[in-house]
Write a protein that binds this ligand. Structure first.
Ligand code: ADP
Ligand code: LRH
Length: 477
């Protein structure tokens, strides 16, 4: 039996259970289980199949033990902002509604009549996104008023999955910040914002730092040969785990590339300035008190949807190959809100392209337009970050599933004029695991853990081919 730490990482498109081991100063990842994830319809809502996700976690634990691993602890991370409502018997009131459901669109203006965006930003430091938990709760209370009367507690998705495993309720700090209800300075639920919106503070559990122990997995979920399994909170926001697991070098930016592209820099203190607000940069909570100062860029969701619309006839590798070979040079704004939850991504892409130029035709041209437009928006965000942080960055660490797209890595270097350092692909699971390992005294701190990740993985470097596109990456300040 070999010791391991079980990292459960569930993204909006797929999940995995990885047994991370540490042998001779080297980190190894051993995949136990991988599964797809997608939104499902319930009534008029887009929701998540949370029971199926929990079953996948149990299956991953069982597989690890059957394969001879001895898990020392387990931790779960998922995408941010979404939550489960529980009644006073801790029963789920309804399925968790997915952040790409359009239900918040009608309440955003109304909420800001009560409290201005400037006030929320100066307290929480969190960027505007129509799916932030603050808007979701407001919409929920209004649109499902009968159900809302039964609410006794609210748990973000990883907190809920940890609750199912252990019976203990807590709000892990990094993910809690994405609700837009946490005070950036005190790192507690903001009494001011809760009061203004009349959200009862009793429904929000205590905030715990990543690395905290949440007790043990209930006996009923342990495979026969395992006598106990500790639960240690990782950074439960997947992006926070990804940034923790990325071996960042000094003076570098990061792009966590998956369903979303999260581009930013690690800061010691939040930047709550009007300029940061104006550029819609967010100050999300990170491990060891670090701040993830970043911007959401629409990301590979666009390509996932295009792939789905072609009935998965092309793999991601096929789409990269076709894109590279195609000739189509329109660049669009990937952060156009029409891309957030369109009925057809292909049609929306064509509409947006036609507004300024030609429309793409076929998978190669469509994928080419998406990849080049993403790279262009990374370059613009890099310039914004340099202005806002008054710093110059030489390189960009790009990690997550999207770092397997070598052409996009090169485009990112070309458009931004910066060296791109790609990998690890499973940075999120690694960040999740090393935070458990630090809590178990396997590493002294994150710097040591990142050094070990750096030595354990072959990161790939991409140098910019200057002048290839002649892109003017001055931000529109
Ligand atoms: P998330 O966890 O946010 O759901 P991942 O980190 O798993 O996302 O990344 C998924 C993305 O990785 C896909 O949308 C796809 O664009 C990209 N990807 C996965 N495999 C490949 C591949 N072989 N080549 C290029 N891109 C890939
Ligand atoms: C990425 C992510 C991102 C959030 C979004 C909801 O998976 O967690 O950081 O903004 O999903």
């Amino acid at each position: 039996m070999t010791n391991c730490y079980l990292a459960v990482d569930i993204g909006a498109s797929s999940g995995r259970v990885i047994a991370v081991s540490y042998i001779d100063n080297h980190i190894y990842e051993n995949e136990m289980h991988r599964f797809s994830n997608e939104m499902i319809s319930w009534k008029n809502y887009k929701t998540w199949d949370i029971d199926a996700l929990f079953e996948h976690i149990l299956y991953g634990i069982k597989t690890a033990v059957n394969n001879g691993w001895k898990p020392q602890s387990i931790g779960i991370d998922t995408w941010a902002v979404d939550y489960v409502l529980l009644d006073d018997k801790d029963e789920r009131i309804m399925p968790p509604i997915a952040y790409r459901d359009a239900r918040t669109s009608t309440v955003i203006g109304e909420l800001h009549e009560i409290v201005s965006f400037e006030e929320i930003y100066s307290t929480t430091g969190i960027q505007f996104q129509p799916f932030n938990t603050i808007y979701q709760i407001y919409a929920h209370r209004k649109q499902e008023s009968e159900a809302w009367k039964k609410v006794s507690s609210i748990l973000l998705l990883p907190d809920y999955l940890h609750f199912c495993l252990t019976g203990k309720k807590a709000a892990e700090y990094t993910n809690a910040t994405t609700t837009q209800l946490v005070d950036a300075k005190s790192r507690e639920w903001s009494p001011t914002v809760l009061k203004l919106l009349n959200f009862p503070d009793s429904i929000f559990p205590e905030i715990l730092a990543p690395g905290s122990s949440l007790g043990q997995v209930k006996k009923e979920f342990l495979p026969g040969t395992l006598s106990k399994l500790d639960v240690i909170l990782p950074p439960t926001h997947d992006t926070a785990s990804a940034v923790a697991g990325a071996p960042l070098t000094e003076n570098s930016l990061f792009i966590s590339s998956g369903t979303w592209s999260l581009m930013g820099a690690e800061l010691e203190e939040p930047s709550l300035t009007p300029a940061s607000l104006e550029r819609n940069f967010t100050n999300e909570g990170g491990y060891e008190g670090r701040i993830r100062f970043l911007k959401n860029i629409m990301g590979l969701w666009m390509i996932q949807e295009i792939k789905r619309e072609y009935s998965n006839a092309y793999s991601f590798t096929d789409l990269v190959h076709l894109a590279k070979e195609a000739s189509f040079d329109e660049i669009i704004d990937v952060n156009d809100p029409r891309f957030l939850h369109p009925e057809s991504m292909r049609k929306t892409l064509q509409t947006v392209c036609r507004e300024t130029g030609n429309k793409p035709d076929g998978p190669g041209e469509e994928a080419r337009c998406v990849f080049r437009s993403l790279a262009s928006s990374y370059a613009a965000a890099a310039s914004e970050l340099e202005k806002l942080t008054e710093n110059e960055y030489k390189s960009i660490h790009l990690f997550g599933g999207g770092s397997q797209n070598e052409w996009l890595n090169q485009l990112t270097a070309d458009f931004s004029g910066k060296t791109v350092i790609a990998g690890p692909v499973e940075a999120t699971a690694l960040g999740n695991a090393v935070v458990q390992m630090i809590a178990q005294k396997q590493f002294f701190n994150l710097t040591e853990a990142r050094d070990t990740i750096r030595k354990s993985y072959n990161l790939k470097w991409y140098e910019p081919k200057e002048g290839l596109f002649g892109y003017n990456n001055e931000p529109a300040f």
